[in-house]
Write a protein that binds this ligand. Sequence first.
Ligand code: GCU
Length: 549
Amino acid sequence: MVRNVDYKCWLNFAQMGGHPAAKRYRDQLDSICVLGDGPISRTVKEELGRGLSELTGKDSFAVHAEPQAETSVIAAVDYLENGGLLDEGYIVRAAKAGDKVQVVISSPSERGLLYGTFAFLRQLQAGRGLEKIDILENPKNELRMLNHWDNFDGSIERGYAGRSIFYNRNELVDDLGRIQDYARLLASLGINSIAINNVNVHYLETTFIEERLDLVKTLADIFRPYGIKLFLSINYASPMQLAGLETADPLDPDVQQWWIDQTAKVYEQIPDLGGFLVKADSENRPGPFTYGRNHADGANMLGRALKPFGGILIWRCFVYDCQQDWRDYETDRARAAYDHFYPLDGEFDDNVILQIKNGPMDFQVREPVSPLFGKLERTNQILELQITQEYTGQQRHLCYLVPQWKEILEFDTFAKGPGSTVDKILAGAIFEQSHSGITAVVNVGRDGNWTGHTLAQANLYGYGRLAWDPSLSAEQITDEWVVATFGHNEKVKHTVSKMLLRSWEIYENYTTPLGIGWMCNPGHHYGPSVDGYEYSKWGTYHRADHQAL
Ligand code: GCU
């Protein structure tokens, strides 16, 4: 496989080679000690050793079995007083040890140690003085997730960076090492969950929960040491497709029992599976509407099958009539998700989460924030963003989405007075929710640089950083990414940052200005086309003409 120079993305530690700080680190750091022998601790040990060697140019670091006074970096669960830390939070703190500096990474969990390790390496990439490191961080969002729209045949719906890194011709790819490299990239950002198949579940992917559980297990085994749980997109009509039942009615006892039994089989193989993700009654996918049931009936039935295993059911709110007539001025597609889900507020079980696209329509270049945020007061909810650049230049154009996401996250819903911003709702700080977080459709594929062009890597990086901490500024994230990817050249930093930060607005201006939306070519969505969707059945009319917008 071709591995481009930018294959390592932001974990390009060797870039630090010529930097004066790298020389200081070389003198200051010579040994590590990682306590714990769980799978994630082993990853911590590997990543610390590897990161430090690449950063300092030293071949290897002494590994101490127990912490000693002269150990340079110690990583251990509960090594420091962990007051104020959530399970996945961490402390990274330096202390003087003679003429050397000792850095301690401590967390209540192994996963937190992994995040602390990458946070430490990020500090070194930025060239910070070791002795100044003193960080205490908790993730703001519980669920920090990615959705793959990968199909089992190896194609990717709306993928612009080559074929799937997971599947090829209805099997797993041969290069499992690359999947591990991907897990590293995600763990370095604090991503803790991924859905491994397209929300449009075709027959072949329907079998993932039955005869292809071996494949899911292999993937789970690769991601587990990086602290990442798997979710499966499931087909609502599975009981009919796989077991020949005559219905998929959520209130039918046979259907309920089938899901209970099948879910138990899945958890027997993958006991730490995150759960299921469902696109139902949307764009011709099956769902409870066929049986006159609502989405709470549908989602709760699946949630109850997952409950005994601690699993979560994520249900998408992208539900609308995709058979509209353009002459129909009554049906307002932008209201659809709100009209379907707001009346059900409070009716979903506590292990069910609604997944809501950022805007009321569909990942346009610019959209208002979905009115469901701020209105659903008694329902677990997560935000769905799109990193893959379906409507934003398909990874051939530069369109850095972090400024767009910041605008969404900072939007004030006023749901509980001023300051009820979307990021706080997602973090579970405004309404009482048992689960919260953020997800996004990912932009990677088998291209040597993962994302089609190098600058599109910044969107994945930026998403991961915002999922961990939505209060980071676009500028800070951008600076971090440029330095981690290209090194410390000031001119490069200035030029690339500026290109990135202005690109969304520029893209909007030359494709869909004035917030109109939907001025793209139907089907593939590579625009612009002013009346592309104006007379189609998809309900996506901008209704702009010579008289009015
Ligand atoms: C968009 C996209 C589809 C996708 C859908 C979804 O409409 O074009 O390919 O399936 O979103 O989010 O389900």
